[in-house]
Ligand binder design. Sequence first.
Ligand SMILES: Nc1ncnc2c1ncn2[C@@H]1O[C@H](COP(=O)(O)OP(=O)(O)OP(=O)(O)O)[C@@H](O)[C@H]1O
Ligand SMILES: O=P(O)(O)OC[C@H]1O[C@H](OP(=O)(O)OP(=O)(O)O)[C@H](O)[C@@H]1O
Length: 231
Amino acid sequence: MTITIALPSKGRMKDDASAIFERAGMPISAVGNDRSYRGRVEGWDNVEIAFLSASEISRELGNGTVDFGVTGEDLMREGFAEVDKRVEFCARLGFGHADVVVAVPEIWLDVETMADLGDVAADFRARHGRRLAIATKYWRLTQQFFSSQHGIQLYRIVESLGATEGAPASGSADIIVDITSTGSTLRANHLKVLKDGIILHSEACLVRACKGSHADEPAVQAIIEAVRTAL
Ligand SMILES: Nc1ncnc2c1ncn2[C@@H]1O[C@H](COP(=O)(O)OP(=O)(O)OP(=O)(O)O)[C@@H](O)[C@H]1O
Ligand SMILES: O=P(O)(O)OC[C@H]1O[C@H](OP(=O)(O)OP(=O)(O)O)[C@H](O)[C@@H]1O
């Protein structure tokens, strides 16, 4: 069988992902010119590379249209319910680190924990005539964390596809759930992360789509082992 590995074609993970495969003894070259979205691995004739964006890679892995991919754990967990039944996280790759966090305005001095936020959410309608609004692009992770893990049901999600940290200041939401790495965007927008408000420590992972055909294919295990030795 041909094994397809999806690697980031652009963005912050592109170079680190290619470097890991190089160190794993799986040097990647583009098929055709440098702008091609297909690649091959020298010495691994039954492996082909598909260059896609990190978010497309998570979608293709969840749908089983590629065999392996390098993408962020946050994108996989946000994209699919019961993701561990669909894919295997084979290795954490040590780059693309970012935390998905709950952040509130710094001036909310009495709100330091999720329990404090639960109290705020419970009183919000009485005080403000509406539910607490959370700006995020992480709908699933937010609902799991607030409703299932912390029993907070009284809130409304406002979809935000960019500049999420600006939502509280602009008035489009009260708090946010977003990704942070250095914390500088949160600080610049006068937001603070709650003490127990880290939803996920994400990083780039080698992910395998769970497919029955992999059991009979020795190259599948060989790829996992090669990447693990490169870490
Ligand atoms: N500072 C950061 N901000 C956002 N994402 C980050 C950061 N650091 C690491 N990441 C990770 O990078 C991944 C997203 O990468 P990138 O933005 O290159 O891909 P993408 O979402 O497919 O791109 P695009 O939005 O342009 O389609 C996520 O898994 C995310 O966790
Ligand atoms: O903690 P920090 O180091 O400040 O990084 C966090 C910021 O970086 C990302 O945005 P980016 O501008 O990269 O755009 P993107 O969301 O489109 O990837 C993310 O959405 C945050 O806004």
